[in-house]
Design a protein around this ligand. Structure first.
Ligand SMILES: Nc1nc2c(c(=O)[nH]1)N[C@H]1C(S)=C(S)[C@@H](COP(=O)(O)O)O[C@H]1N2
Ligand SMILES: [Mo]
Length: 329
């Protein structure tokens, strides 16, 4: 997901490709990004990358420490080993803190307390709730999920959180609510990426109410048996394991219930490449690269990608009758 007009001859299809954008030259010049740095930032985790940016995994006290580790829900199993924390905590997409994968250090600047989530739109009664009140009103569980970025890399992560389904009981949407619109914090003083005005900040994502009612979407508050680290989107992010990673919005400050389909951050930037549904499908390539296989982070392995990232049994029915829509990207 880089911001340059990348021509086919500058970036071979064979390399893991960033969620690159076709923006105008003015933005590229403003960003001071040259072709060389784009190419350097585009590859999957390499041994050399890892040496130079291994994240600091020291922990600071968190007001929810007593809730971890949460009980694992054993119904979610993996077909591959968990990704090492040192790998996944050092290879992130978090554009608020920069366009490289190495943003863990910058993300530490973000304070995650106090943190309030605003719930508004088509609900019985709009309200605001502090993150700790919210977490303590819900049931935390751990789930092992595969996670697949549209850039064709993948990891396997032990997330902790509460189901989005259970959040609906707290939010109390009215019958007119058809979509949930999620919004990330906005504060360019700590998130320098938000000074880049050609992006449509704040980061926004959305799902349908039917998707939200499914059992899979997790409102994530922790990872690897501990409260969430900043680079993963603390203190609250969404995880939608059957969709490309960009749908899994980080650092949520607002959830709005709407009648009309909201436009996501990436859709606003490049709708032809990043659509609303963004369900994983190996048979539907991104306009500029294949989605048939994925690079397993932390290994040299490239494995076949599965339809709905392997979660078809749980979610395929959500898309029956919608075949005319662009369900995959
Ligand atoms: N607010 C916000 N949420 C975001 C992003 C972002 O840049 N900002 N990146 C998305 C993308 S492209 C991916 S692949 C995942 C990465 O999650 P991870 O860093 O925890 O692996 O977060 C998604 N959520
Ligand atoms: Mo992504």
């Amino acid at each position: 997901m880089l911001i340059k007009r990348i021509h086919g001859w500058e970036m071979p299809e064979s390399r893991a490709t960033p969620e690159a954008l076709f923006l105008n030259r003015r933005a590229v010049i403003a960003a001071g990004i040259g072709a060389a740095s784009i190419a350097a930032g585009a590859g999957p985790a390499s041994a050399q990358w890892f040496q130079s940016s291994a994240p600091d995994l020291t922990r600071r006290p968190d007001p929810t420490d007593d809730l971890y580790p949460a009980k694992r829900n054993e119904s979610f199993t993996l077909d591959r080993p968990l990704t090492d924390e040192v790998i996944s905590a050092g290879y992130n997409n978090y554009y608020e803190f920069g366009t490289s994968k190495n943003v863990w250090k910058q993300a530490e600047a973000k304070k995650t307390r106090p943190w309030t989530i605003k719930v508004d739109g088509l609900v019985e009664k709009p309200f605001e709730i502090g993150i700790d009140d919210l977490i303590r009103r819900t049931q935390l569980e751990e789930r092992l999920y595969r996670f697949r970025c549209v850039e064709a890399w993948a990891m396997a992560v032990p997330w902790t959180g509460f189901t989005l389904k259970s959040f609906l009981d707290i939010a109390k949407p009215t019958s007119g609510a058809k979509y949930l619109r999620f919004e990330t914090f906005q504060n360019p003083a700590v998130a320098p990426g938000q000074k880049q005005s050609w992006y449509p900040w704040p980061y926004v994502e959305a799902v349908t109410i039917e998707e939200a009612t499914n059992d899979l979407p997790l409102m994530v508050t922790g990872v690897y048996g501990k409260p969430l680290r900043n680079q993963f989107g603390a203190p609250l992010r969404l995880i939608l394991p059957w969709k490309y990673g960009f749908k899994s919005i980080k650092a949520i400050t607002r959830v709005s219930f709407t009648a009309d389909r909201p436009k996501s951050f990436w859709e606003q930037l490049q709708a032809s490449e990043y659509g609303f549904w963004a369900n994983v499908n190996p048979a539907v390539p991104h306009p500029r690269w294949s989605q048939a296989t994925e690079q397993v982070l932390g290994t040299q392995e490239r494995v076949p990608t599965l339809i709905y990232n392997g979660y078809g049994e749980q979610v395929a029915h959500l898309y029956k009758g919608k075949e005319a829509e662009r369900l995959y990207l």
